[in-house]
Design a protein around this ligand. Structure first.
Ligand SMILES: [Zn+2]
Length: 711
């Protein structure tokens, strides 16, 4: 018997794709073998529903809102004319069909894909002794693996402190994190914090992997890599790889089940197999809140299977934060995949993270998710949306800076650098809260091109970079984030002299808006002064973005230019193009298409670029509705207005184009101050009110505190 040479480690993205394709045939063969034999002889085997990933065409914002309103399980993969959705049950497929929206099935059987992934991962693990990841891992961690890795890391007493977050999960699990920095167990030297998280959403396994790998990377590289050594002297990193421990445990352990297709076959209506399990709870998203306001006995979540695809129950942890809580893009319905919870911060997992942000000077936040290759920045809702104060939400006050840092990070991983709302509207997300409450920059990374948890070699690529991004990847993006955390141009520095070994405490209480109300909040962090009495403390600006001046556009009610022209309807399924030149950038270009009969023409709008035509807007209503497409902030240039005959016998149509200007309006600016107390022996010896801006250095000689301490 001859032994086959094991495949060599994959090198480029291209070769990995090829290898994955080769392995697919093995996976399919394996899946075929595992099918149960048909039951009664002669009776046709029932066709079981397969949980699937579908791409739904959404021609405008209204279509997208329609898909959102169905309560379907939206993925974080969407573009201006599509959104991807997981269908868990036949009922959901029927519901989607009732909308009349067209859709393509991208992964027809997620259970089979799960089997395939396991086969690919096993082959990868067998083909390499170790992956090039800092840990050398060749497959996804379990929750136990994460906890063990953090225990292992904490053996490095110079660099790592492992800690339990204050609140247990609903199923009674302790949630751990690691804090990394030079001399981490010694006195706090006023260093700022970069907070990196994974797995708010249970099924998004790479989001935890990349956070954990970065932690291991930092510890392994300290003392060897100059840049990392320097960065860990200036800042600390807190990594919470698994925020949603209960959800992840269920998703990850069910991902190992192999007989789910069999279960589906047993119940073709989608009962045991696909209603309760999709496949298993591998595609679960939320946490284990089964009943609002109640903490069910530990282990209940694991034993309760009566939730469609495991996503029916639970709170969407990335809609439960206080910032804008309760607004668009988050559901008030408990069974909905984006259920926001009974109140802002109702969930222990989110209280845990908020505590870190309130008690540390967290100057940089990245919350990892999958998938879509995106770097998302605040705000989560379209700037024209009317907010709780009755005015448009506008852009974040630090839009320029947030965008610039996003672009630097995107140059490492090749992701699109966009606003959160450009994916779709969301409220109550991590950076909606952290940024607006503290001013520390915050981002969501949507890791990977096309799956919640792809074959593991893709995780390696996403961390280290592949193809044009080889040697960069998310590793390099995180390092930029860490450098940003201690970049004094973006934070403030309080420095000066205090009594030796005094405690300095920086606090601020405030009320922050949710979408329709408010919540009481505050920050309170502590610095222990050393033997010399000198201190230097890197802090966030004292004024929250939530109260700073923000700008928004107010559109003129009438266009400054408009034009209407009649055209001859093209033949069935054909199109006719009209060019339209926009001479100067305009706030809004609106194109309306009208025709006589209640039949169907569609409209697409393209911008002419050096590479050809790029679609910028479209409208594809069903009869009898006519078409309207809008391009906001339209650049100058040549546009192509395409009229498509879907099923119209109207001889002519009318195409109207209108251009609008807008004025830029600013809301009033407010200033907020911290309270700084200087304490010795538990007594407050001095209290000062401090205003500090981004980039500002404040010298504080706490003379009164020094004098009183000396008495
Ligand atoms: Zn997510």
């Amino acid at each position: 018997m001859t032994r086959e040479t094991p495949p060599r480690p994959f090198r480029s993205r291209r070769s990995r794709v090829a290898a994955a394709a080769a392995l697919t045939s093995i996976a399919i063969a394996a899946a075929t073998l595992s099918q149960p034999s048909p039951g009664v002889a002669g009776a046709p085997a029932p066709v079981a529903f397969r949980p699937q990933l579908v791409t739904v065409s959404t021609y405008d914002a209204a279509d997208k809102a329609l898909v959102q309103s169905l309560g379907l399980d939206l993925t974080e993969h969407a573009g201006h004319d599509y959104v991807e959705v997981v269908l868990h049950t036949p009922a959901e497929l029927d519901l989607l069909k009732t909308t009349g929206l067209s859709f393509d099935v991208r992964i027809p059987d997620l259970a089979a894909r799960e089997t395939q992934r396991r086969t690919i991962d096993a082959a990868y693990a067998a083909s390499v002794a170790a992956s090039p990841l800092p840990s050398g891992r060749t497959g996804y961690r379990t929750l136990e693996d994460y906890n063990a890795d953090m225990v292992e890391l904490a053996k490095n007493k110079t660099l790592v402190k492992r800690f339990a977050l204050p609140r247990k999960s609903l199923d009674g699990r302790t949630i751990y994190g690691v804090e990394i920095g030079r001399n981490i167990h010694k006195r706090d030297r006023g260093r700022p914090t970069f907070l990196l998280m994974g797995l708010h959403h249970a099924r998004e396994w790479p989001s935890g992997e990349l956070a954990m790998e970065f932690a291991i990377d930092l510890v392994k590289s300290f003392g060897k890599d100059k840049r990392i050594t320097r960065l860990l002297r200036k800042a600390r990193v807190i990594v919470v790889p698994v925020v949603n421990v209960d959800g992840f445990e269920l998703s990850r352990s069910d991902g190992e089940l192999s007989d789910l297709n069999g279960l589906n076959e047993a119940d073709p209506t989608g009962g045991t197999g696909s209603v309760l399990l999709t496949p298993g709870r591998t595609y679960m998203r939320k946490n284990c809140r089964l009943i609002d306001g109640q903490d069910t006995p530990d282990g209940t979540c694991e034993s309760v299977l009566a939730s469609p695809g495991g996503y029916g129950a639970g709170v969407d942890l990335n809609r439960n934060y206080g910032g804008f809580w309760g607004g668009p893009g988050a559901s008030a319905t408990p069974a909905d995949p984006t259920y926001r919870g009974a109140a802002a911060f109702s969930e222990p997992e989110i209280q845990n993270i908020a505590d870190i942000v309130r008690q540390r000077q967290v100057t940089m936040v990245i919350s990892n998710h999958t998938f879509s290759n995106l770097i998302l920045r605040p705000n989560g809702v379209n700037p024209q949306t009317i907010g709780s104060d009755g005015l448009p939400v506008g852009d974040a006050p630090d839009e320029e800076g947030l965008k610039a840092l996003g672009a630097k990070m995107a140059a490492q991983n090749g992701y699109a650098n966009i606003h959160g709302w450009q994916l779709y509207d969301t409220t109550g997300t991590t950076e909606d809260y952290t940024y607006n409450a503290t001013g520390g920059y915050g981002y969501t990374f949507e890791i990977g091109p096309n799956e919640f948890h792809p074959p593991f070699p893709q995780v390696v690529d996403e961390y280290l970079g592949a193809g044009a991004y080889a040697g960069k990847g998310n590793r390099a993006a995180y390092l930029l984030a860490l450098a940003h955390a201690s970049d004094k141009r973006f934070s403030g520095v309080l420095r000066g002299k205090a009594p030796k070994r005094a405690t300095l405490r920086l606090t601020k209480s405030f009320s922050s808006p949710t979408w329709a109300g408010s919540f009481q909040d505050g920050v309170s962090s502590v610095l222990k002064v050393g033997r010399t009495g000198r201190f230097s403390w890197t802090v966030n600006p004292s004024t929250r973005p939530a109260v700073r001046s923000r700008t928004y556009q107010v559109l003129d009610s009438n266009p400054f230019f408009s034009k209407s022209a009649e055209g001859t309807t093209p033949g069935l399924t054909e199109h006719s193009d009209t060019e339209f030149v926009v001479g100067e950038p305009v706030a809004l270009m609106r194109i309306e298409l009208d025709w006589a009969l209640p039949d169907d023409l569609d409209l697409e709008v393209y911008k002419r670029t050096a590479d050809g035509l790029t679609e910028v807007a479209s409208s594809g209503n069903a009869p009898p509705d006519k078409e309207m497409a809008e391009v906001t902030n339209a650049e100058a240039g040549t546009y192509v207005l395409r009229v498509i005959n879907y099923s119209s016998v109207s001889p002519t149509y009318t195409l109207s184009t209108a251009l609008f200007r807008a004025s830029v309006v600013s809301t009033p600016d407010a200033r907020e101050r911290y309270t700084l107390t200087c304490e010795v022996g538990g007594k407050v010896l001095q209290r000062r009110s401090i205003f500090i801006d981004r980039g500002q250095v404040k010298n504080l000689n706490l003379k009164k505190c020094i004098r009183r301490a000396a008495r």
